[in-house]
Design a binder for this molecule. Structure first.
Ligand code: IMP
Length: 218
């Protein structure tokens, strides 16, 4: 799987970027207020005065089915799908965990890895079960985040970032979400669930991708 294949296309320079006359207001194609808060915190910690809002009408619009085989296609597809709802910039993200020793799983299916109704603990249990007996050299993994920004029918930016780590044999830490308790980040000697939110934002796939997006759009 090559989730970053779409990345850094160079889309998003010159005529496509936001100009200084416009308010830096951009809409997140999501109904998730927690996700919005996370992106707002990322913008604030980068010192950017952007107005980030949930997309009005998101819940009433036919849902975008994230069924593509790459993060980039899902993020771009989602941004285009919802961009018709407003006359402005819409951004959408797709992210997940990739374990090369498992052929790229859970990958784009990260949220649904243990079935649609499963909880985080069940997804982690499934992952650890699949990796049982694997030596440390085979436990490498990375988180990927692709963010696409679209205005009307035009792509302004598609950025992709990743963060490398290793999958531990058992969970550690109580912060974060998803696969964080088993994602060990060697440079800090901790799992993502053992980091403060600001520390995770500094190193995470989503933090890096969003900072890159801000650079590209400015
Ligand atoms: P989505 O991008 O909101 O569809 O999230 C995909 C799934 O990937 C999440 O439900 C998590 O299971 C996993 N995931 C994405 N980013 C992270 C992260 O930063 N920590 C832990 N799990 C993550």
């Amino acid at each position: 799987m090559k989730p970053a294949s779409f990345a850094r296309t160079g889309i998003g320079t010159n005529q496509n970027t936001m100009n200084t006359r416009e308010a830096r207001k951009i809409y997140l194609a999501s109904g998730n207020a927690g996700k919005l808060a996370e992106f707002r915190a990322l913008a604030e910690s980068a010192g950017r005065h952007w107005e980030l809002e949930l997309l009005p009408g998101y819940a009433n619009h036919p849902e975008f089915e994230e069924s593509a085989p790459t993060f980039a296609e899902n993020a771009a597809g989602k941004a285009f799908h919802y961009s018709r709802l407003v006359d402005g910039i819409v951004f959408a993200d797709d992210s997940g965990l990739v374990v090369p020793a498992l052929g790229g799983a859970p990958g784009v299916l990260s949220a649904r890895y243990a079935g649609p109704g499963a909880c985080n603990e069940q997804r982690i249990a499934k992952l650890l079960g699949e990796m049982k007996g694997l030596a440390r050299e085979q436990r490498g993994a990375y988180f990927v985040c692709v963010i696409a920004a679209v205005r009307g029918a035009r792509a302004l930016a598609i950025v992709s970032e990743k963060v490398d780590g290793e999958i531990l044999g058992a969970p550690r830490g109580s912060g974060g979400f998803g696969y964080d308790p088993v994602f060990f980040f060697p440079p800090l000697g901790k799992t993502f669930a053992e980091l403060q939110a600001e520390q995770k934002n500094l190193h995470s796939h989503r933090g890096k991708a969003f900072r890159r997006l801000m650079e590209v759009l400015e």
